[in-house]
Write a protein that binds this ligand. Structure first.
Ligand code: ZN
Length: 444
């Protein structure tokens, strides 16, 4: 029996209940209630400043343009790209917030604070760690490579309702909320991923060791389905970046590794029949949204290009090390990607309130270090992480900081943060069974 995460009562408060009931009545995993949401919200909203005008306004702030690019893009000087070992963008979406909701506007600032305190920020690292600022939001065509245009324009129109009400609910299973800034802030988060793809690809043309990228963005993206928002997610940031890598840079084969504790159903849906995008998700068996079964392997031409490894509750560091060695690495070696993108959710941490796996800070360090090595072996080091979940601010921020340490080939800081006493024994027999089953299904 699949279990859906049931929001706690504080999250269910306020104006959201009637709409939530409405959404839940429509469907469970893929409610796709945009039409009904707009009916609920009314169609009389006045159009806010048009989306394309907003995009142009942002573009005017870009410092460097490319002639053959329909949108002006930021381009970093070669020297910056050669010196940097980490490139990152932040999109904290400070206006996209709901009190007591776990996907809060405190998340990215908490990470930025940890990077500062642990001396991993540009202030302490000079040219080694580079934050790209003033990047462009994604444009309609970028987002429409993944999402339907009716969803995108519908969300823009819903912003005036959000402005009037302060906050609206746009999907029920998460629940996923929107405020008046959600549309623009979500475009900016998707734009961060695009900017990092452009910069990492540019760096990879200059030398064999390009910097790793990290999009420290929210709202997260991997649950957002092509037709609408879902599970706290608005636009599929990583899916938009994957399509951009293909279309803009000719990187045909994209591998997406998703180690968020939840199945990346939105990313999966976007590419389920695509043989050129290998989507590999590890997640907790039975957790939200209930998809990502081990025998779901893609369809049509994409059969075999989706790999799901649901792990039993309590799985932790041991499980993930085995999963990397026996499933993730051999899958990547066989697929031979041109770029690796990572849905980096930190909610599999033992301290996270929304799930029941037992990753530690050290587990995330191991994953970052191993994936970095894989990218170096297979695709010229081209690799970008995208923030997904992670709802305990302490474990989220320390684990992202330790990810930065791994990117820099520096020792892990995990001993400062991990308390072995908080862990219990992993269900090793069930873990081995799951890994063997995935290996069998995928002939690894
Ligand atoms: Zn998650």
């Amino acid at each position: 029996m699949e279990k859906l995460w049931v929001p706690s009562l504080p999250i269910l408060g306020g104006r959201m209940l009637p709409l939530l009931r409405h959404c839940c009545a429509v469907g469970s995993h893929h409610p796709l209630t945009w039409r009904s949401i707009f009916q609920t919200l009314g169609r009389e909203q006045k159009q806010i400043r048009s989306w394309s005008a907003q995009c142009s306004a942002y573009n005017e702030g870009a410092s460097v343009s490319e002639k053959d690019n329909p949108h002006k893009k930021l381009a970093l000087p070669d020297k910056s790209l050669l010196d940097a070992r980490i490139l990152y963008c932040t999109s904290p979406a400070l206006g996209h917030n709901k009190e007591a909701h776990p996907e809060s506007n405190k998340r990215v600032p908490a990470i930025v604070d940890a990077l500062e305190k642990l001396e991993l920020s540009p202030k302490h690292r000079g040219s080694q760690v580079l934050e790209i600022q003033n990047f462009n939001p994604a444009c309609l065509d970028d987002v429409a490579r993944v999402h339907s245009r009716s969803y995108i324009t519908g969300l823009e129109k819903a912003m005036s309702k959000a402005s009037e009400e302060g906050l609206i609910f746009i999907e029920g299973t998460g629940p996923t909320y929107a405020t008046e800034t959600t549309f623009q802030e979500s475009l900016l988060s998707a734009g961060a991923g695009i900017t990092l793809v452009d910069s990492v690809v540019a760096a990879s043309k200059l030398g064999p060791n390009p910097p790793l990228g990290f999009a420290l963005v929210r709202p997260p993206g991997h649950h957002a389905v092509p037709q609408g928002p879902m599970g706290f997610c608005v636009f599929g940031n990583i899916a938009v970046a994957a399509r951009h890598a293909q279309h803009q840079h000719g990187l045909k084969r994209v591998m997406i590794i998703d180690f968020d504790v939840h199945h990346g159903n939105g990313t999966s849906d976007a590419f389920y029949d695509d043989p050129d995008i290998f989507f590999l998700s590890t997640h907790q068996f039975g957790s939200y949204p209930g998809t990502g079964k081990i025998n779901q392997v893609g369809q049509g031409d994409g059969e075999g290009a989706t790999l799901n490894l649901p792990l039993p509750g309590g799985a932790g560091d041991y499980a993930m090390r085995c999963a990397f060695d026996e499933v993730i690495a051999p899958s990547a070696q066989r697929f031979k990607p041109d770029i690796i993108l990572v849905s980096a959710g930190y909610d599999a941490h033992a301290l996270d309130p929304l799930a029941g796996l037992q990753f530690t800070t050290g587990t995330f360090y191991m994953l970052a270090s191993s994936i970095k090595q894989l990218a170096k072996e297979l695709c010229g080091g081209r690799c970008i992480f995208f923030l997904e979940g992670g709802y305990n601010l302490q474990s989220l921020s320390s684990s992202v900081a330790d990810t930065f340490c791994a990117f820099l080939d520096e020792p892990s800081l995990a001993a400062q943060f991990d308390d072995p006493a908080m862990l219990f024994e992993e269900p090793t027999r069930k873990i081995k069974e799951a890994i063997e089953k995935a290996k069998g299904i995928h002939s690894l």
